[in-house]
Write a protein that binds this ligand. Structure first.
Ligand SMILES: [Zn+2]
Length: 323
């Protein structure tokens, strides 16, 4: 493991919570024994993880009224007394062990304020990159308010062990980023797009966090311009730091839940967010776990992610604005 001071403290927090909090112990032990299945989707590996504890999240009501009427589980006053926190960045965030994990190490990094999930403030992207640098064994992720955030009313990132997320190893292969896919580049890095991994995505790779922030901001404007919206586009973000490079994968979303969502015949209880977009699918229902195949996963990606025409219009907007 790479040991930065924060990484050490995060590991200590995890070990302490495993000792002190039976819920954490039980859920992480169960995850170690979770059934998994691997599927091949073109160049991409998909891992299905049967994870019954995540049913609360996958089947959660996500309409605004339901969110507004429940106590916020990221605010201190509503958290169980066993839940401990590590304060980060002068207390602007608290890092906590996620009690319902998808990763063998899974943390939530929540703002100290109860303010909405939005990454439109550039300071948030700086925070994301800084966290990635300080937790080099992890992939940081951000679920947009309307595509997977279980607390859209309280700003948060999450972090999971990067080696468990297939996409992270796949996107760093230069074969995925031929010259014609690059939108903009300079000596320190580039931004490009990828259609070869079964779902449309943008990738930023730079040695300089400032440049990553700049490319990200331009991409946000291009997405808003192409989609004709004045709010944050629906998106999932993955971010990590590896061998001197910062990576941000942006997966724009057209929809949150697929049309096959449900518990009827030919339906699946799936609520895809950043981690599913990264190739690790949380499947809470056993019959779904047995039934899902590469064709059904591909159909869901096709429905939820950018179609070709929308992707082209975002690319055109980016290239036009750049001039
Ligand atoms: Zn809150």
């Amino acid at each position: 493991m790479n040991e930065t001071p924060i990484a050490q403290k995060v590991e200590q927090l995890f070990q302490q919570q495993m000792l002190d909090w039976p819920l954490i112990r039980d859920n992480y032990s169960a995850l170690e024994n979770a059934q998994v299945r691997e599927l091949a989707l073109g160049d991409s590996l998909i891992i299905l993880q049967h994870n019954p504890e995540r049913l609360r999240s996958s089947a959660a009501r996500i309409d605004a009224a339901s969110i507004a009427s429940r106590p916020c589980f990221l605010c201190d006053e509503n958290q169980p007394k066993e839940q401990k926190a590590l304060l980060w960045d002068c207390g602007r965030y608290k890092i906590q062990v996620n009690p319902y994990p998808i990763f063998l190490r899974h943390f939530t990094i929540a703002s100290n304020e109860h303010i909405p999930q939005s990454i439109s403030n550039p300071a948030r992207v700086d925070d994301l990159l800084k966290l990635a640098h300080e937790l080099p064994d992890y992939v940081l992720f951000y679920n947009g308010a309307k595509c997977g955030a279980s607390a859209p009313d309280h700003f948060h990132f999450q972090a999971g062990l990067r080696q468990m997320l297939p996409l992270c190893a796949e996107v760093i292969n230069p074969i995925q980023w031929p010259d014609e896919s690059i939108l903009e580049s300079d000596a320190d890095g580039f931004i490009g797009f990828n259609q070869r991994l079964g779902r449309f995505m943008f990738l930023i790779k730079t040695t300089e966090p400032v440049l990553a922030g700049l490319y990200f901001a331009r991409l946000q404007l291009a997405m808003m311009g192409a989609l004709g919206i004045n709010e944050e586009p629906k998106q999932n973000l993955l971010c990590w730091y590896e061998d001197g490079d910062y990576y941000i994968v942006v997966i724009p979303r057209l929809k949150h839940r697929p049309s096959c969502y449900g518990d009827g015949e030919n339906q699946f209880v799936l609520s895809p967010a950043s981690v599913d977009m990264g190739g690790l699918w949380t499947v809470p229902v056993k019959t779904d776990f047995d039934k899902l195949d590469a064709t059904s996963i591909k159909a869901i990606y096709d429905e939820l992610c950018l179609d070709n025409a929308t992707a082209v219009s975002i690319i055109d907007c980016y290239l036009f604005d750049k001039e």
